[in-house]
Design a protein around this ligand. Sequence first.
Ligand SMILES: Cc1cc2nc3c(=O)[nH]c(=O)nc-3n(C[C@H](O)[C@H](O)[C@H](O)COP(=O)(O)OP(=O)(O)OC[C@H]3O[C@@H](n4cnc5c(N)ncnc54)[C@H](O)[C@@H]3O)c2cc1C
Length: 340
Amino acid sequence: MIIQENINIESFTTFKVPAFCKYFVKVNTVEELNEALDFCDEKKISLLVLGGGSNVLFTKKFNGLVVQLNLKGLKINEESHQHIIISAMAGEYWHSFVKYCVNQNYGGLENLSLIPGNVGTSPVQNIGAYGVEMKDTFNSLLALNISTRKIESFSNNQCEFGYRDSIFKNIAKNKYIILEVRFKLTTKNHILNYSYGAIKEELNKHKIVEPTIKDISKAIVNIRRSKLPDPMVLGNAGSFFKNPTIPLYKFKNIQKIYSEIPHYILSHNTVKIPAAWLIEKVGWKGKKVGNVGVHEKQALVLVNYGGGTGEEIYQLSEQIIRDVNKLFDILLEREVNIII
Ligand SMILES: Cc1cc2nc3c(=O)[nH]c(=O)nc-3n(C[C@H](O)[C@H](O)[C@H](O)COP(=O)(O)OP(=O)(O)OC[C@H]3O[C@@H](n4cnc5c(N)ncnc54)[C@H](O)[C@@H]3O)c2cc1C
């Protein structure tokens, strides 16, 4: 295990902005992870765990140790008549894991195809796309408690999953390192979810009437490739903001002025609004400020056109939050983890 000093880890993040840290180490085993924690204790510095770097924005130098988790491996834990419990180590690349499951005809993860990042990070914000969230197939996880150094198990309930949220973004933030995640997937009688218009359209295009999980995965890969900027070409971290949930009375007031406002009723008194619509309405879609900007096709995605800094992207997000708040009295929340 080699701990490097004062390095730029820009290439390990998808925003591709300068990202300096005091120390950096790639760990391949739990023993090495413990050594890295010893190092932090000795130096009295903080630790930042990095997966695929697709949901972080470095705004200034991180003065602690960045640990890139490279724990690898898949294991079948249990097999029953219709289900399988499969575990993947934290450092497995998410889409490779999804592809493996789809190819084995294990159902449940196909709608989450092509989401960047690692398996170990998937519970942190309960990744979701196309009507499915990770929590729907999540069984349990193992995490290292940073202060006691004990490995603890978390059930679905204990993770307190919510919309792009979990206990690991709240009271357990910076207290645990997720090592392994277990999923309960179907081996037959798959419950397919292709109610989203875009998925149906894509399947129709290929004249697929009774899709398999492979068909759905392929359709989603095609849709995502056509809609979202590829971080290898244009630095970004996917959706920068969460879709806000607002009280019904506030929604009704906005609807009086903007009758076309897209929305999704969550309960008798709460409504979810697409943040992309709000951002477009305040005029930010496709706008460029220096080397950074708002993507021309997807207003939720902030992009680095090359040469941009984390601080520039952060300031852009501040302006967007301010403008949306001024016009709609809605405070947008960032989905991306800001490293300050
Ligand atoms: C083009 C694009 C499209 C995207 N589309 C989606 C989408 O459809 N749905 C969606 O939900 N997200 C989406 N995202 C966001 C991103 O892919 C997910 O949030 C993903 O889970 C991040 O994984 P990562 O390994 O890259 O995390 P990182 O960016 O490496 O880390 C994110 C946070 O988790 C912490 N962390 C990382 N690993 C661990 C661990 N093992 N234990 C504890 N904490 C840890 C980090 O410290 C950091 O705070 C997209 C991103 C991009 C670039």
